[in-house]
Design a protein. Structure first.
Lengths: 115, 114
């Protein structure tokens, strides 16, 4: 499905707390997912990815969880810092025909870190 | 290694004009994708080019077109501009490794149509 960004959900967390950002994806056949971070005035920046044959993947301070049963992704950020304030997008890779592929992006969640 | 470079960063055009945006991918990347980002619609896929061939196209009118050159650099063209074309246009490149296909984005071109 196409992303519709009518009202950007906002998550506010205290500095040092853990953040959990959720995302629902649309295509049960999608086999690859990415989380991106976008700061004001910049393009999306890769954070972490996960393939559909995994349920969990950890990076530095970040963990992605994948629940294929309910088509749900989550991004957990440990010990949230002011520099984590940004808009976070999940993206699912979809294939078109034999060669085409593209990513479908979620609407995004704005993370605001409070001092 | 240099990242994805998009030029220009900002553009102001009037309705009816046409515009060309440029994207230089990360060295070695042969796939370039274009996206349109607006507050109302979020990130929407425009098209993908790989080895100078369009591999995939999103649901945009024919006024939106693109091409890719032999050095993998890509251009996107929008003809007969409309007010609703005002957006951030993002280019992403990837190696198109089928096992891992991270798209790396440029900073975008901010297009304003008056």
């Amino acid at each position: 499905g196409e992303s519709v960004g009518l009202h950007l959900p906002t998550l506010s967390v205290q500095e040092g707390d853990n953040s959990i950002i959720n995302c629902a994806y649309s295509n049960s056949a999608s086999d690859y997912f990415i989380w991106y971070k976008q700061e004001s005035g910049k393009g999306p920046q890769f954070i972490i990815d996960i393939r559909s044959n995994m349920d969990k993947r950890q990076g530095q301070r970040v963990t992605v969880l994948l629940n294929k049963t309910v088509k749900h992704l989550s991004l957990q950020i440990a010990a949230t810092q002011p520099g984590d304030s940004a808009v976070y997008f999940c993206a699912e890779k979809v294939r078109q025909g034999n060669y085409g592929q593209n990513f479908v992006f979620g609407p995004g969640t704005r993370l605001s870190v409070l001092p | 290694k240099a990242g994805v470079t998009q030029t220009p960063r900002y553009l102001i055009k009037t309705r009816g004009q046409q515009v060309t945006l440029s994207c230089s991918p990360i060295s070695g990347h042969r796939s370039v994708s274009w996206y349109q980002q607006t507050p109302g619609q979020g990130l929407q896929f425009l098209f993908e080019y790989f080895s100078e061939t369009q591999r995939n196209k999103g649901n945009f009118p024919g006024r939106f077109s693109g091409r890719q050159f032999s050095n993998s650099r890509s251009e996107m063209n929008v003809s007969t501009l409309e007010l609703g074309d005002s957006a951030l246009y993002l280019c992403a490149s990837s190696s198109r490794d089928w096992t891992k296909n991270i798209q790396y984005f440029g900073a975008g071109t901010r297009l304003s149509v008056l």
